[in-house]
Design a protein around this ligand. Structure first.
Ligand SMILES: *Cc1c(COP(=O)(O)O)cnc(C)c1O
Length: 227
């Protein structure tokens, strides 16, 4: 595992150098979904600090068993009835994929008197199989999310298209960055800080396109068994 972590770290540094960015501008989220608690513990001992999970019950069960210092991010589609498993324990929820989910989170947060930091997921790949707000509506929905009490939108998230071709993938990431730029006149900087984009196959390109958070699973922990 140590070697895999070093390799990913080197790639992140290389992408930062190539795009004239500082290493500290990009946060590595280690995606540990489906992986056992023992492996997360090992990764923690090897210096990884932030972990991403995508299933609500699995997330809730793992959080209880691991060091409280871990920073947990939730990156998967969240059903409204599972908000209670996730919102109180995560530092950042990357996957607000509809205004309705944002409203339900807001109600939960107000009731519990907590603040939930979130990103809005945008379906830049325009794939029917993907969650996320459609790009045409994204600016409007995001501004509405920014007006809800109890949630703190910090930026945008996307999953690149399932293709091999660099140009096509980078175009989706560039679109997310441009969407953020288009919102600058209307929103405070605090709502526009983060661009969560890039997974094992494409995080290098995502950093070149301005990603501030890469979500990397397979390249760190090996392939997942399909469940
Ligand atoms: C699983 C997952 C990842 C990590 O994917 P890898 O290809 O294993 O790096 C990143 N983001 C989301 C939303 C995921 O569901």
């Amino acid at each position: 595992m140590r070697q895999a972590i070093e390799q990913v770290e080197q790639q992140i540094e290389r992408a930062c150098r190539q795009s004239g960015r500082e290493r500290r501008e990009v946060q590595l989220i280690a995606v540990s979904k489906t992986k056992p608690v023992a492996l997360i513990q090992e990764a923690w001992e090897n210096g990884l600090r932030t972990f991403g999970e995508s299933r609500a019950q699995e997330f809730r069960d793992k959080v209880k068993q691991l060091p409280v210092e871990i920073e947990w991010h939730f990156i998967g589609h969240l059903q409204k009835n599972k908000i209670k498993y996730v919102a109180p324990h995560c530092t950042l929820l990357h996957s607000v994929d509809s205004l309705e989910l944002g409203q339900a989170l807001s109600e939960f947060a107000v009731k519990k008197q907590i603040n939930v930091a979130v990103l809005m997921e945008v379906n830049t790949a325009r794939e029917a199989s993907k969650f996320g707000v459609e790009p045409d509506r994204a600016g409007d929905v995001y501004q509405q999310l920014c007006n809800l009490p109890g949630i703190e939108p910090k930026g945008l998230m996307t999953i690149g298209p399932y293709v091999q071709d660099e140009k096509h993938i980078r175009q989706a990431f560039a679109e997310l960055r441009e969407l953020r730029e288009a919102l600058r006149p209307f929103l405070p900087e605090d709502n526009l800080r983060e661009l969560s984009m890039g997974m094992s196959q494409d995080y290098f390109w995502a950093i070149l396109e301005g990603s501030t958070m890469v979500r990397v699973g397979t390249a760190l922990f090996g392939a997942r068994e399909v469940l």
